[in-house]
Design a protein around this ligand. Structure first.
Ligand code: PBG
Length: 329
C-alpha cells in the first residue's frame, strides 16, 4: 500500500515561511572567510584577469577592504602575500617587514575585531615556486618544516589569530604548534589544509599568487583526487598533531570528502571553494549562461550541507550582500 495521498512532502513547501522554517541548512556571512592578495606599493588595486572582482591590493587598499567586509558581517580574512622578490628559500616569508606581516599589523590596527588568518606555505615566495625547499629536483620535507615554523611564528608575532599551513608537508602541524608554543603563542590557532588535493582548479590562484612551479608539479605532496580514505588519515594525523580546525580543498568535486570528515572528526571543518570553482561561475555568468546570484547561494549552501562549518570563498562579499538583501528585501 502506498503512503500517497496521505503523505505529501509538498505540503511543507507551500509557502516561503514554511520552507524557511524547515530548512535543514543555514548560510550566513558568519561562515565566510575572504581571501586577500596583498602586494607591495601604494594605491594598488589591480583586478586579477582570470578572477573578475578579485584584486591585488596594496596595504592601504587592504585596510579599506577590511572595513567593507565588516560592514557585510564577514568576520575573517585569509592573507596571501606577493613578495618584492623571490629566492630559493623565500626570505620575505618570515621577514618582520614582509608583506603579510605588514598587512596583519595594518588590519589589526584598523580593525582589531577582524579575524586574521594567514596562509603558511613557501610557493609564493620561492623562485622555483614549490611548497618546500628543493634539492636535486626533490621537495624536501623535514628541512621545510623549520621554515614553516619560522613563518608561522613571524605571523603570530605580527598579530595573526590563526595560521593555516597549506603545503601538505608531513608533520607541518606539529612543527608549527611547537614553534608557536615555545615562543609564547599558545593562543594562536592552527587551521590545517589537511586534505588538499593535487587539483587543476588552482589555476587562477597560481596566476594571482604567481606561484606556478617552475618544474614538475605538486603530486608528491598534494593528494590524489581518487582517494578518500587517505583524506581521513590526513585529517586524523593533523588532529593528533594539534590542529584546531581542518580543511578540505577544493570543495565542489570533494563534497563527499567533507561529509566523510564531518562524520569522523569533531573539529570545525573548513572548505575552500577555490579559484577555479569561482572563475567557472563568473565566466558562465558573464556569458549569461547562469544566474550568478542563485548559483553562488546554491553552491555555498551545498558546501554547508555537506558538513563544512566555514567556507573560504572569493564569492564572500557578493554572497554576504545577497544574504543581507534576503533578510531585508
Ligand atoms: C598554496 C595555496 C594554493 C591555494 C591556496 N594556498 C595553491 C596551490 O597549492 O598551488 C589555492 C587557492 C585557490 O585556488 O583558490 N599556498
Amino acid at each position: 500500500m502506498s503512503a500517497f495521498p496521505t503523505v505529501r512532502p509538498r505540503r511543507l513547501r507551500t509557502t516561503p515561511t514554511l520552507r524557511r522554517m524547515v530548512s535543514e541548512t543555514s548560510l550566513s556571512a558568519t561562515n565566510f572567510i575572504y581571501p586577500l592578495f596583498v602586494v607591495h606599493g601604494r594605491d594598488v588595486r589591480e583586478e586579477i584577469t582570470s578572477m573578475p572582482d578579485v584584486f591585488h591590493l596594496s596595504i592601504d587598499q587592504v585596510t579599506r577592504e577590511v572595513g567593507e567586509l565588516s560592514e557585510l558581517n564577514i568576520p575573517a580574512v585569509i592573507l596571501f602575500g606577493l613578495p618584492a622578490r623571490k629566492d630559493p628559500i623565500g626570505e620575505e616569508n618570515f621577514a618582520e617587514d614582509g608583506i603579510v606581516q605588514q598587512a596583519i599589523r595594518a588590519i589589526k590596527q584598523a580593525n582589531p575585531d577582524m579575524l586574521v588568518i594567514t596562509d603558511v606555505c613557501l610557493c609564493e615566495y620561492t623562485d622555483h615556486g614549490h611548497c618546500g625547499l628543493v634539492r636535486g629536483g626533490h621537495i624536501l620535507n623535514d628541512e621545510t618544516l623549520d621554515i614553516l615554523q619560522r613563518v608561522a611564528v613571524s605571523h603570530a608575532q605580527a598579530g595573526a589569530d590563526v595560521v593555516a599551513p597549506s603545503g601538505m608537508m608531513d608533520g607541518m602541524v606539529k612543527a608549527i604548534r611547537t614553534g608557536l608554543d615555545t615562543n609564547g603563542y599558545t593562543g594562536v590557532s592552527i587551521l590545517s589544509y589537511s586534505v588538499k588535493y593535487a587539483s587543476s582548479f588552482y589555476g587562477p590562484f597560481r596566476e594571482a599568487a604567481q606561484s606556478t612551479p617552475m618544474f614538475g608539479d605538486r603530486r608528491t605532496h598534494q593528494m590524489n583526487p581518487a582517494n578518500a580514505r587517505e583524506a581521513l588519515r590526513e585529517a586524523h594525523l593533523d588532529v593528533e598533531e594539534g590542529a584546531d580546525m581542518v580543511m578540505v580543498k577544493p570543495a565542489l568535486p570533494y563534497l563527499d570528502v567533507i561529509y566523510r570528515l564531518r562524520e569522523s572528526v569533531d573539529l570545525p571543518i573548513a572548505a575552500y571553494n577555490v579559484s577555479g570553482e569561482y572563475s567557472m561561475v563568473k565566466a558562465a555568468a558573464a556569458n549569461g549562461w547562469l544566474d550568478e546570484r542563485k548559483v553562488v547561494l546554491e553552491t555555498l549552501t551545498g558546501i554547508r550541507r555537506a558538513g563544512a562549518d566555514l567556507i573560504l570563498t572569493y564569492h564572500a562579499k557578493a554572497a554576504a550582500r545577497w544574504l543581507k538583501e534576503e533578510q531585508h528585501p
